[in-house]
Design a binder for this molecule. Structure first.
Ligand code: FAD
Ligand code: NAD
Length: 477
């Protein structure tokens, strides 16, 4: 083992997660100041904005994954990584309990990790609102495995629909692709799926041409609530042209293996319950708390009234604690749960921790100097030390002057299919809203320039070229 033992003179900083928040923190953190330990069930970072493209094979999933070891090996001081899930955080004891949930387990597969400082960046779970049948029959779109499962299911539905002697109603059902949730995840997936059909599936499997259909179901009166009215209209118009059906004011209440039951509200305000048969069901209704976060909240009285996640102060300290911070989707700081917010929070914490270490270093020096001052033999040397102390105190004040976290919104961007995207960009002209093909190229270049390694960038561009030249791969695997 060429990793040194933890240095007893340094504090132990434990970071939970390898997502947007945690990795942004790790990238900027001066790791030599702490004994840094990272715990996550996933040994890679996932570039979620391009995950919808993996469901149809426009992009291969490995192109948007970056091994965490790759980030860590470039750090100045060694960082420990444990591939495990944090199952419980004991706030009083300052210990995290971790469990190896992977297939291969050694003699020891659960243990505890003590911490002086803890950053919780475990993200969120998929919300189902307890609606029966969702977990059993629906597919989510959050992790790599989800995208792979969807890709497989799309092809399975198509091949099963063309099975010998399949009945017309059953063909229709199998080729009905239902997406629940009209947030950006649902919209982007629906767009990608329709693209897949238009540019590849209908050429490769002409038999499905007349029955393949995508429906997007949303409980509210419109999709993409975080975008401006103009862009919502643009999205709805584009979907209509693409022949994607949008069913707004339609709330799913129950899910079985072959149909969903939904309550729709008509223009007259009348409610109606209907059964919608489906072959593929993708469930994208947003975020819910992870159990480990819920449990931590229950240990801290100041978190009693928080519902959506760990309430944090303006320095991202979990309210009611002194040594726990939270970033990203598991934290509530009055911002939307987005990668943009999570990464800015991670960057902020890196700066904060780097500065805290510097402060401590100066404090130590000051202590030494004041001892030296007391022992100084004459006035001349006392004055010399006095001046040094003054200089250091000035530096300390400068270092300590770090302001609270402030989010800077760069805009919202979503792909809506048929090479079109919508963008609300605040830094252009007050509030610049745009949609269309040009925006699509902007969407592509923006994603390419974001938090990505050169390796990932090249892989994604190659995938785009491959899909354009040869079509997407329709093998069911
Ligand atoms: P995550 O990135 O989800 O990371 C959580 C990490 O914690 C993971 O590594 C996970 O394995 C780990 N973990 C989970 N449980 C435990 C545990 N018990 N112990 C330890 N570790 C644990 N946002 C945008 O701003 N722009 C976009 O275009 C965009 N597109 C998206 C597309 C999709 C399909 C999805 C699903 C989300 C998208 N988002 C986008 C939202 C964005 O991905 C999230 O807001 C962001 O990932 C939150 O970062 P995070 O670090 O909090 O959590
Ligand atoms: P979301 O919370 O944004 O949207 C979920 C939608 O599902 C809501 O509109 C809700 O009304 C609807 N819904 C809930 N229950 C329903 C039911 N029973 N029947 C029908 N509809 C129901 O979720 P999301 O799209 O997964 O996004 C999660 C977060 O990730 C958001 O903060 C989002 O901004 C971010 N994200 C951003 C992008 C992007 O910027 N391109 C892409 C994906 C996700």
């Amino acid at each position: 083992d060429d990793q040194p033992d933890p240095d007893p003179s340094k504090k132990t900083l434990v970071i939970l997660g390898t997502g947007w928040g945690a990795v942004s923190l790790l990238k900027k953190l001066d790791t030599e100041n702490y004994n840094v330990i990272v715990v996550s069930p996933r040994n890679y970072f996932l570039f979620t904005p391009l995950l919808p493209s993996c469901t149809t094979g426009t992009i291969e999933h490995r192109s948007i994954m970056e091994p965490i070891r790759n980030f860590l090996r470039h750090k100045k001081a060694a960082v420990k990584f444990y591939e495990a899930e944090a199952t419980k955080i004991d706030y009083e004891k300052k210990v995290v309990y971790i469990n190896d949930e992977s297939e291969i387990k050694g003699e020891i597969s659960s243990t505890e990790v003590p911490f002086d400082m803890l950053v919780v960046g475990v993200g969120a779970e998929n919300a189902t609102f307890g609606i029966p049948g969702v977990r059993e029959h629906g597919l989510f779109l959050k992790e790599v495995g989800d995208a792979q499962a969807i890709r497989k299911r799309i092809m399975d539905c198509c091949e099963t629909a063309t099975f010998k002697d399949q009945k017309p109603d059953e063909i229709k059902r199998l080729l009905h692709m239902v997406v629940v949730g009209g947030g950006p995840t649902g919209v982007e997936f629906a767009g990608e799926l329709q693209d897949f059909f238009n540019s590849d599936l209908k050429k490769w499997i002409p038999d499905i041409k007349d029955n393949f259909h995508v429906t997007l179901v949303e409980a509210l009166p419109n999709v993409l609530p975080m975008f401006s009215k103009q862009l919502i209209d643009y999205t709805e118009k584009t979907f209509k042209e693409e022949t994607i059906t949008i069913r707004t004011k339609t709330m799913v209440k129950n899910v079985t293996d072959k149909y969903i039951e939904a309550e729709s509200t008509g223009p007259d305000g009348k409610k109606q319950l209907e059964r919608i048969p489906y072959g593929l069901l993708v469930w994208a209704t947003g975020n819910a708390l992870r159990p480990v976060v819920k449990d931590l909240m229950s240990q801290i009285p100041a978190q009693k009234d928080s519902r959506r996640g760990l309430a944090v102060n303006e320095y991202l300290v979990v309210k009611g604690t002194e040594n726990i911070w939270a970033v990203g989707d598991c934290a509530v700081a009055n911002y939307a749960p987005t990668a943009q917010v999570a990464s800015q929070e991670g960057n902020f914490l890196a700066r904060l921790f780097n500065q805290m270490a510097k402060t401590e270093e100066i404090d130590q020096e000051l202590k030494k100097l004041s001892e030296a001052q007391e022992k100084a033999p004459n006035k001349e040397s006392r004055d010399k030390v006095f001046n040094e102390i003054k200089e250091l105190q000035k530096r300390l004040r400068r270092v300590k002057r770090m302001g609270p976290f402030e989010y800077s919104h760069q805009g919202s961007l979503a792909y809506i299919g048929s090479e079109k995207a919508v963008a609300d960009i605040s830094w252009l002209t007050g509030n610049f809203a745009t949609g269309g093909t040009l925006t699509y190229f902007f969407w592509r270049s923006a994603y390419l320039s974001m938090c990505f390694s050169t390796r990932n960038r090249i892989l994604v561009v190659m995938d785009w070229i491959k899909a354009k030249m040869f079509g997407r791969d329709v093998s069911r695997e």
